[in-house]
Each structure stands twice: as structure tokens, then as C-alpha cells.
Design a binder for this molecule. Sequence first.
Ligand SMILES: Cc1cc2nc3c(=O)[nH]c(=O)nc-3n(C[C@H](O)[C@H](O)[C@H](O)COP(=O)(O)OP(=O)(O)OC[C@H]3O[C@@H](n4cnc5c(N)ncnc54)[C@H](O)[C@@H]3O)c2cc1C
Length: 471
Amino acid sequence: MNSIISDLKQIIAGEVSNLEAELAAVSQDFGGIIQKRPQIVVRPQNSTDVAQVIKYAAKQGLTVSSRAAGHSLGGQSLNQDGILLDMRNLNEIHEFRPDELWFKADPGVTWNQVVDTSIPHGVIPPVLTNNFEVTLGGTLSAAGLGLSSFRYGSQADNCLGLEVVTGTGDIVWCTPEANSELFYHVLCGYGQFGIITKVQNRLRKYRPYTRSYFLCYDDLDTLLNDERRLVSEGCIDGLVSLFSPCLLGMSRLETKIKPLIQWFYRMQITLEVDSVNDINEEKLLSGLNFYRHIHTEDLTFDKFIQPIGQVSHPVGTANTWIDILLPGAKAKEFIDIALQYIPSFIDFRTIPVGSFCLNSRNHQMPMFPLPEDELIIGLGMYPTIPKSQLKPVLEQLNLLTDLGFQMGGKRYMATWAEFDLPRWRLQFGDYWPKVNEMKRKYDPNGILNPGFFKYEPVEQANLKSIYVPSH
Ligand SMILES: Cc1cc2nc3c(=O)[nH]c(=O)nc-3n(C[C@H](O)[C@H](O)[C@H](O)COP(=O)(O)OP(=O)(O)OC[C@H]3O[C@@H](n4cnc5c(N)ncnc54)[C@H](O)[C@@H]3O)c2cc1C
């Protein structure tokens, strides 16, 4: 162990540590479900450091995982017994070109830093997630979805270029044109094919004011139809829905007393404008079939984009959050089942449940597989539960995951996921052999971020057709 520390200290400029407190600090992620402990934490100072660590690890038979703000929920940013690269010291914005609508920065830069820099110039990244403490490298490795994703895709879809250190320690600049294969697999690739050491991303101009309408629906089909219409017409700038249960009494018809629950669906649509007087409210709202218009909110753009509140994470709890991506045509059927099912295993009155929309035409990333439909509905459930309840809750969430697959859905892998090989095959479908091929090509020693992805055993990897298990 000491020799690893001294070897690494000789070959890199960044920090190397095996202090107990530092290892403990990176042994858990925001999910609080999975624990893994690396032998060593390295804080690289540049891409050469990252390349040196990877080459050294390959020689020593050690694994290397990348971690940034640690907001993953299923252990994606953890490492067991190997080297953990904490990317947060790489945190400078190098070039900021509001006139040309792009910036270049280190992967450990937070979206907070980007927003603070960009707002005074009248520009903004096209997509922002609901948490600005996370990093460029972290969300580009996942996808990065937000209120405007139905218009602009994910944050990864707005990436213009990446510097990547591959699993062989090569430092490569890649774009959609140059080294495009690496570019398209590192994005949304969860650190499987390389470590991002620099990012070039798009910006867009924003308008100074926003108006949001909060519209309540008592019927899921009506909500989904209105969402389909709004997404296809492209007349709004932000869209998200939150589902609220209302307990209306108890039924004694069956042997067990059953709560009578009516779900309400609150859609929030936002327009970004030069002046709120420009909005033709009558035209916009008269085409929608909501049950009640409950609130109108006018905010300056910079206030509107700020995430709402911090999520608390009390000691002894875990965040068993999942996002299921559904084909629009199947969304009602799936959501109805899920909402009926939830009250039996989590306290449905306190967990945020909601949906977001994506338009598959705006998503180009093969490592972010989507259901086959133009309108994609993302159903998000974000329970925080006592750790003592983990086993039964995770079992139920796995059942919902499998039901989603049966209905042609996919999972957003940034959230909690317990995937064996059959589930990975379902997640990627026909693309799965290519994912395996890319892993063998860019990380031939299999040292990058082991554990979360499960790959085909090598002799199986050239399977022409994919075995799809029945559930
Ligand atoms: C409160 C909260 C709110 C959230 N809201 C949203 C939301 O609105 N939309 C959304 O899309 N997601 C959301 N997420 C999920 C979050 O965006 C992802 O988990 C994201 O990956 C976290 O980024 P991070 O910087 O914490 O990365 P980490 O959690 O540290 O890492 C995540 C993954 O990225 C990899 N990685 C990190 N840095 C690099 C690098 N430099 N090179 C290669 N791989 C790297 C890691 O290996 C890991 O696989 C939310 C999460 C939380 C906890």
C-alpha cells in the first residue's frame, strides 16, 4: 500500500491519500445505498496525472473509478479496493465565449460556476438540471435532464467537444467529427470508456423574464394529451409535472382496509419572454384541457432557473430514487399501475412523484437509450426511506423497472439501479453488443469504474442476436 502511495506521488503532480477520513468521505454517494471503499484517493491536477494513474493502475492490476460531486444514487461514483479519482480539483473555466455561444472548462466545474459566469452575459447552458452543485463531468457522464430537455435534449446533447483519457491512458480530444466514436460513448457513459478531463459545451441566449402557469388535472390521459400537444407545437420553454395524492377515505370492501386515493396532476408550463405582455394567454390556455388554473408566477429568468430548495438527507436514510423513461403511447398504462402500487410500499404522501417530457428527435446519445416513440414520458419517484426498509422497497422498485421494460421503457441510469446482465441487455437492446465492443476497445484491461455495468463474458460478447429473458 505504502509503495502505491509513494509510486503515485512520484509520477503525478496532484494529491494522493489513503487517510481514513478521506477514504470514508468517498465511500458512499447521495443514494446512501451502496458502500465501497477504495485503497487510495487521487486528486489529479491535469490530464497527464489522470493518464499516469491509469497506466500505473493497469500495470499493478488496480481499478480506477472517477468521482466528482458524488450525487449518483446507485454507487456509480464508488470504487472498491482500487484508486478513486476525485475530479473536483479540476475546476476552472478556461474559455468563455458568449458571442460564439460556447465555453470550455474542467470537468470538476459545477453548473453553479457556469451559471454564475454566464448569466451576466445574457447566455445560459441550454439545459440545466435541478441541482447546480453537480459537475460538468458528472452530468455529461449521465445525460443531464431538465425542464427544457424536451426542446434541447440533454446536457450531453449540447456538448461540443471533450478531452478524454481512455482506459489505455491515451489523451484524446474528441468531437462529433473527430474521434466521434469515443465522443459518443464517453457522453452518458458513466466513466466506462474514459475519464473526461476537459469539456466544451454550448450556450444559448436567454430572454429576461419568465411566466409559469400551474395547471391542475384530475385525469392522467388529459394531462398526457396536453403534454403531447405542447411538446409537438414547441410553443413553451419549460415543462414539468408533479403528482399529488389525495386521501379520500377508506374502503372496507376487501378483507384489508384500503385507502381511497385520488391522484391530481399539476403541470407547470413556462414561457421565456422579453416582456410578459408579449404572451397571448388566451390562445395558450384555451387549447388546454386542465381542471383548474391554480397559479401564475412571473419571475426574472435568473430567479426562475434556480433549483427549488436543498434535499435533506437525514442520517440513517437512503435515497431510493428512480426515473423510468416510457414510450408516450404506454405512459398512461404504466403510470396508473405505478401510482396504484406505490401506496403499498412507501409513504406516498411524502415522496415527490412527477413526470417530465422528452422529444426523442432531440436526443443523439447512444449511451442514453430511449423507448421507441417520439414523445417520451419520464416518471420520477424520489423516496427517502429509513435504511431498515431498503430491502422491501428496492424489491418493489425492481418490479416497476421490469414492468417498464415489458412496456418498452428504459431506465435513466443516473438514479438508483440494480442491474444484472439480463437487465443491461434490455436497457440497450440491439445496441448492447456495440457497448461491449466499445468497452473492450477503449478499456481493454477492464479497469475503469467496475461494478455498476455488467458486461457479457468475453466468449459471449460476439453474440449476433441478443437473448431477451422473459419476466
Ligand atoms: C438532489 C439531486 C438532484 C438531481 N437532479 C437531477 C436532474 O434534475 N436531472 C438529472 O439529469 N439528474 C439529476 N440528478 C442526478 C445527477 O445529475 C447525476 O447523478 C450526476 O451524474 C451527478 O453528478 P456528480 O458531479 O455528482 O457526479 P458523480 O456522482 O460523482 O459521478 C456520476 C458518474 O459520472 C462519472 N464521472 C464523474 N466525473 C467524471 C469524469 N470527469 N469523467 C468520466 N466520468 C465521470 C462517475 O464515474 C459516475 O459514473 C440529481 C441528483 C441529486 C442528488
